[in-house]
Design a protein around this ligand. Structure first.
Ligand SMILES: Cc1cc2nc3c(=O)[nH]c(=O)nc-3n(C[C@H](O)[C@H](O)[C@H](O)COP(=O)(O)OP(=O)(O)OC[C@H]3O[C@@H](n4cnc5c(N)ncnc54)[C@H](O)[C@@H]3O)c2cc1C
Length: 521
């Protein structure tokens, strides 16, 4: 006999699993159905060449929410770090690199003035991030028609602004609406430092330093610092270990999980979700359906445009989520040597973003669907810290390659090998001889990311993090408090508030909202 469930969660990404776990803990009978054979979504470890494993999507744990980690006892469920608090090394072509460690900067052309400015800058940014974070723990408040929860949350936000004091408040209004280029340019001298810092405002987005919303991106990235992580971490076993630990926690709370179970439709009757149909044809009924898939995927493919009203369909269509990132993996027969990087520093986060104009220019061609020939990169060699990822003496290199447009005029099928060579040639400039150490390589274009992880447009955050798409604007108006115009259908993924990265808050908040509404009780 088919088991009855209160809730079906579509997608076993980390947010779907977190959502399922919180609901399971609250006594709901939950089933998570995942299209792929693995759990964790874009936080996944897999072999890409015999014996070489890599975090195929997300590769650094920067902001796993500590409350989620504690509530779900993830450490007891096997989550361990192979390395913590990585420093960032901004690579210079001549090896005169800069090291960024929280609010400390050293090396290269760094002056005493830049060092002092960095301390102040970091403090100010952290005060602003704190304000952002206070809004992230709850569902986003509705501006009108809200209930007393919304009014309290709005008041808290307003009070948080007031508590900043006049100067900070004025500065927040000013910098929030300009861009990270201007903000860094007016403070710092070192071009290399500015290039590397600007990356934190735009990694994973379709933006460059001069784009609006990049200061917001920078503050968003600082959430990890606020939650006690001085720098990114590398989970033991790769990023897949995060999903495995959450899945183990969810199972211990009675959640059933089925992999290789793609949902092909969310079934509705008179505007209410009634269940899901799997690719096998099996129908699973439940009063509550929660989607970890991105909003476009959820409404356009699974609910179907014909089943939602026109205005909402248009808003979903207009969600800005153009992927502009590729992922690059190398299997190496020995450790590479990067100019100016000692062997003890090689396991840190390395970035290629020599100055902000370089980054801006790298973005330019991709706006018009053209190939970027001078990409920006975030590189890590996780096998230095975690020997389970590569055979003895060998290593894996993982890189986020920023500026690879989802829609390439010449077609990725024609340009993929060319772009791969561009990336290898760029690496060769910073790590001479690396090419001769390559045993195997893999490039995932945004199209590949879309098909491997089921993310529309291959977008890192399931939708740009920008003022028009955060808080009460995230998802799309009409689905901003996790509930949607389809009764009984909720969102719980990165496309919902507060957004992407391996953080867990979207899943947690969505579960809390379902519980609060007494849905599926
Ligand atoms: C290349 C790349 C690099 C990144 N690097 C980092 C990083 O270093 N650090 C970081 O914190 N974040 C990084 N991110 C962002 C991070 O991976 C995402 O924001 C995060 O994975 C979102 O989690 P999620 O659970 O909401 O969604 P996902 O991880 O996208 O999970 C959604 C799940 O739903 C499943 N699904 C979708 N449709 C269906 C269906 N019809 N039926 C059943 N299942 C379905 C998918 O298979 C998937 O498992 C990166 C993202 C990308 C693409």
């Amino acid at each position: 006999m088919t088991k009855q469930y209160d809730v079906v969660v579509i997608g076993g990404g980390h947010n779907g699993l977190v959502c399922g776990a919180y609901l399971g803990r609250n006594g709901r009978k939950v089933l998570v159905v995942e299209a792929e054979s693995h759990l964790g979504g874009a936080s996944k470890t897999r072999e890409f060449s015999e014996g070489f494993k890599v975090s195929a999507g997300a590769h650094l744990l920067t902001m796993l929410n500590p409350e989620v980690r504690k509530d779900l006892r993830l450490d007891e469920h096997g989550l361990k770090m192979a390395a913590k608090d990585l420093k960032t090394i901004a690579l210079a072509a001549d090896g005169n690199n800069i090291t960024i460690d929280g609010d400390s900067i050293s090396g290269g052309d760094i002056s005493a003035k830049d060092q002092a400015t960095m301390k102040n800058f970091h403090k100010t940014m952290m005060r602003f991030t704190k304000l952002l974070a206070s809004a992230f723990r709850n569902r986003p408040p509705k501006l009108v028609e809200g209930d007393w929860h919304d009014r309290i949350n709005l008041m808290k936000l307003g009070l948080g602004m007031r508590m900043l004091g006049r100067e900070d408040m004025r500065e927040l209004m000013r910098v929030g609406l300009i861009n990270v280029y201007d903000v860094l340019h007016e403070r710092f001298d070192s071009e290399l430092l500015k290039g590397a810092l600007s990356l934190d405002g735009l990694l994973g987005s379709h933006m460059a330093p001069r784009s609006p919303n990049t200061v917001l991106g920078y503050l968003y990235r600082r959430l990890g610092d606020l939650w006690g992580y001085r720098g990114p971490s590398l989970p033991e076993g790769g990023m897949g270990a995060v999903g495995e630990a959450i899945a183990s926690a969810a199972k211990s709370m009675g959640v059933d999980i089925r992999t290789n179970s793609a949902v092909v439709s969310i079934n509705t009757d008179a505007g209410r979700a009634t269940g899901v149909t799997l690719a096998s044809g099996e129908v699973i009924e439940a009063r509550i359906i929660i989607s970890n898939a991105d909003p476009k995927n959820t409404f356009q493919k699974l609910v179907g445009i014909r089943n939602i009203e026109t205005d909402f369909a248009r808003r979903v269509e207009n969600i800005r989520m153009k992927g502009n990132v590729a992922k690059f993996h190398l299997a190496l027969d020995s450790l590479p040597e990067f100019k100016g990087v000692s062997s003890s520093e090689l396991g840190q986060r390395l970035v290629i973003a020599p100055d902000m104009d370089y980054v801006e220019r790298a973005f330019n061609p991709t706006k018009y669907g053209e190939l970027c020939t001078t990409p920006v990169m975030e590189i890590v060699i996780p096998s230095i810290h975690d020997r389970s990822l590569a055979p003895d003496g060998k290593h894996v290199l993982s890189a986020v390659v920023q500026y690879a447009p989802y829609t390439l005029k010449a077609g990725w099928e024609n340009e993929k090998e060319h772009f791969k060579q561009i990336v290898i040639d760029l690496l060769e400039q910073y790590a001479p001889g690396i090419q001769s150490k390559v045993v195997a390589s893999e490039l995932l274009t945004p199209e590949d990311i879309e098909s491997e992880f089921h993310i529309s447009g291959g977008h890192w955050h399931h939708g740009e993090i920008s003022f028009d798409q955060i808080l009460m604007m995230r998802g799309a108006y009409g689905s901003t408090q996790y509930g949607t115009p389809v009764d009984g259908l909720y969102l719980c993924g990165a496309g919902a508030h507060p957004g992407g990265n391996v953080m867990g808050l979207a899943g947690r908040n969505a579960a809390k909202e379902v519980i609060k509404r007494g849905a599926a009780a």
